[in-house]
Ligand binder design. Sequence first.
Ligand code: ZN
Length: 89
Amino acid sequence: MKISEKGQALLAKYKKFQKLDIFLLALAALSFVFLHNIYLMIALVVFTFVLEAKVYVCPHCKKKLDCRRRVQEDTCCPHCKKYMFKDLD
Ligand SMILES: [Zn+2]
């Protein structure tokens, strides 16, 4: 499937964001295991979810997407069923 430059940029951004998301959740787990700091863990988890809700949304219907799901060129939004990285202009 061919997607526009804008679509590719968005796909790259989402992939980067998925890595950041895993990193933040790992950090939350580590802060609990090693620092025994449950408040820091909760803060990090909440921060991660707020970030997900703001950044990780469908470009068409703006609904939140599943961050754990793999994204690729032909990924469809589970809400509006559109190709996420197509017809962005
Ligand atoms: Zn959608």
